[in-house]
Design a binder for this molecule. Structure first.
Ligand code: ZN
Length: 261
């Protein structure tokens, strides 16, 4: 078999290509420096989810809602919230388990098959069929993505090592597991601890010092319940989005956080 000569570009086309490449090389560093915030909301559908969806719709920003299967089954209102969220193109629904480990995390992660079964059960309730399914494990800041992996060392090294098998099996069961870089904390009454403006300052500092898993990308954890107040809920979340926008940050779809290949 003889090799075919490579087709030659006409000189004009070649020159145009060079110009394009130069333009791209000049433009590329600016693009790479774009700082992106990934808004994530855990534990819904709950009181607060409706406000979250309204603000996302109003502000037209993408976000991920990591939902709990048994919260969906609690009432027809909760089922309607899931349906409303799924109908929004900017919203990604993620799996946050069926049981939320019943908030007994050590016991939950001692049973690997149980963990995987609980996650698959939530897929069925949430109607998540496109693989890999974005997921966040209950009570654990763990990442299992193609190029990003991290255990939750806040539980101690021995416990983290013993739970590792769970995370590998969940990832192998067609889940992309996302942790978080920073949390907007809430107090005992479910209200945000810091004012939105303060949180934006803290996020700016994290970007400045590069304190995140992936450069220039920050996954922010919040909880739906934090926004349940009829008035303050909407005001606080709207203020956060406005503050992040004013800093020039982009808002990302979680699927774009880690490249697929
Ligand atoms: Zn949770």
């Amino acid at each position: 078999m003889t090799a075919r000569p490579a087709p030659r570009l006409p000189i004009a086309a070649g020159a145009a290509l060079t110009v394009l490449l130069v333009v791209f090389m000049i433009a590329a560093p600016a693009q790479a420096a774009q700082r992106t915030v990934y808004l994530t909301f855990d534990d819904g559908p709950l009181d607060g989810t409706s406000n979250v969806l309204s603000v996302l719709e109003q502000e037209q920003v993408p976000a991920t809602l990591f939902m709990v299967g048994q919260h969906v089954l609690a009432s027809s209102e909760r089922k309607a919230l899931l349906a409303r969220a799924k109908a929004m193109p900017l919203v990604t629904i993620g799996n946050h388990s069926f049981s939320h480990a019943n908030n007994r995390y050590k016991a939950f992660y001692a049973d690997t098959e149980g963990v995987v079964a609980d996650m698959l059960k939530a897929n069925a309730v949430l109607g998540l069929t496109v693989k890999p399914v974005p997921a966040r494990l209950p009570g654990r800041d763990v990442f299992r993505l193609r190029y990003v992996s991290r255990n939750d060392l806040s539980v101690g090294e021995v416990q983290a090592a013993s739970e590792q098998v769970d995370f590998e099996f969940v990832a192998a069961s067609d889940f992309d597991v996302y942790g978080w870089d920073f949390e907007w904390f809430h107090d005992g009454t479910g209200k945000p601890v810091q004012k939105a403006e303060r949180l934006v300052d803290e996020i700016a500092r994290l970007f400045a010092y590069g304190h995140m898993l992936e450069k220039d990308k920050l996954i922010l954890l919040m909880h739906d319940q934090m926004f349940q107040d009829k008035f303050d809920g909407v005001v606080n979340l709207t203020a956060l989005i406005a503050g992040l926008r004013a800093r020039g940050y982009a808002f990302g779809h979680i699927a774009g956080y880690s490249p697929a290949d």
